[in-house]
Ligand binder design. Structure first.
Ligand code: FAD
Length: 306
């Protein structure tokens, strides 16, 4: 990497050098990013992508950092944070009677409140999922009630050459925690959501509150985590496989299989990412030995580990 990159990056937004990713990840672990940039605007973000590509500098685009294990040695190159701190990424508006536009940096909780306030329905699958809209789109996040791909109409993005593009989304593009868009998309900038109108706002709000209550009962909210660690294999529930291997409460260092929900790994306070990764591998090996089933992770491991 060229030594003058810090000064160059400053023309695209706020830049932090050697920034600890543990300040950003929901797991509260992870080493330093060489450079972390909050783009000043959507246009500046596009120019930044073009610049990084031309200068062959590696970059990683992140949102709320709630689905990640970042290696303890950190992330080389540039981390670009897409959040509601950047104008344009924080926009949310009613487009027409069945469509809402939201910028990629809008928090899912804010999106849900906005849709409910405006009497839209159909977004309940998103309730309780942390992070931003952009991360939800890339992950095709969801629950048994639905996923992003079931309500996405059009996604707006910046491609690897820094050009603004859009793509109509149909339901066949949504895979299990993956949207068929990732290869051509460098940065999701926003999306149109197709949602039905409700004539009963109180009912929409009541449903949201019920789901929040239900998730509080089932999930270990009191410890840092990144949500469900493993995808469910066909016709199986990962939490049950982990549980039936006797791994409830099993720990490596400060990383522990939650006693409340055995598909969650929690940080008991002093965990590092190496311990989380070691626990993930251990669980995978135990489930493979006992059931012959490969568990694949839903959480993403990025950056450098020891
Ligand atoms: C307590 C808890 C509960 C959870 N429950 C659920 C659940 O019920 N269902 C579920 O699906 N998930 C769940 N998750 C996981 C996580 O919250 C979701 O996957 C969420 O959608 C990730 O959004 P994010 O903004 O944090 O993305 P990040 O973690 O920042 O990034 C996730 C991926 O998206 C990419 N990305 C992020 N933003 C952009 C962008 N603007 N442009 C291009 N790429 C981008 C990143 O490179 C990364 O590969 C849970 C997590 C926690 C901590």
């Amino acid at each position: 990497m060229k030594t003058d990159i810090f000064d160059n990056l400053k023309s695209y937004g706020k830049v932090l050098k050697d920034e600890p990713m543990s300040n950003y990840t929901s797991f509260k672990t992870g080493g330093c990013a060489d450079y972390l940039v909050y783009p000043a605007s959507m246009d500046k973000c596009a120019e930044l992508i073009e610049y990084l590509n031309k200068s062959e500098c590696g970059y990683t685009v992140l949102g709320g950092c709630t689905n990640l294990v970042v290696g303890d040695m950190g992330i080389r190159g540039v981390v670009i944070i897409i959040s509601d701190l950047t104008e344009g990424f924080n926009e949310i508006k009613v487009v027409d009677e069945n469509t809402i536009y939201a910028g990629a940096g809008v928090k899912k909780s804010e999106f849900i409140n906005f849709t409910a306030e405006n009497c839209f329905d159909g977004m309940h699958f998103m309730v309780g999922i942390p992070g931003c809209i952009g991360g939800g789109i890339i992950m095709n996040a969801g629950t048994y009630m639905g996923t992003f791909s079931s309500v996405l109409k059009k996604v707006y993005f910046i491609n690897n050459r820094g050009q603004s593009k859009s793509k109509e989304i149909d339901s066949t593009m949504g895979q299990y925690r993956h949207l068929d868009l990732e290869a051509e998309c460098a940065v999701v900038t926003g999306a149109d959501f197709s949602l039905p109108k409700s004539d009963n706002k109180d009912l929409v709000i009541q449903k949201i509150n019920d789901i929040i209550e239900d998730r509080k009962q089932k999930h270990p909210w009191d410890y840092p985590s990144a949500g469900s660690v493993f995808k469910n294999p066909e016709n199986e529930a990962s939490w049950k496989l982990v549980n039936d291997c006797g791994l409830k409460g099993y720990s490596i260092g400060g990383a522990q299989v939650s006693e409340k929900h055995t598909n969650f790994i929690i940080n008991k306070g002093e965990a590092n990412s190496a311990e989380i990764r070691a626990l993930v591998s251990y669980i995978q090996s135990q489930v493979k030995i006992k059931y012959g089933i490969e568990l694949h992770t839903e959480i993403r491991m990025i950056g450098e580990f020891h």
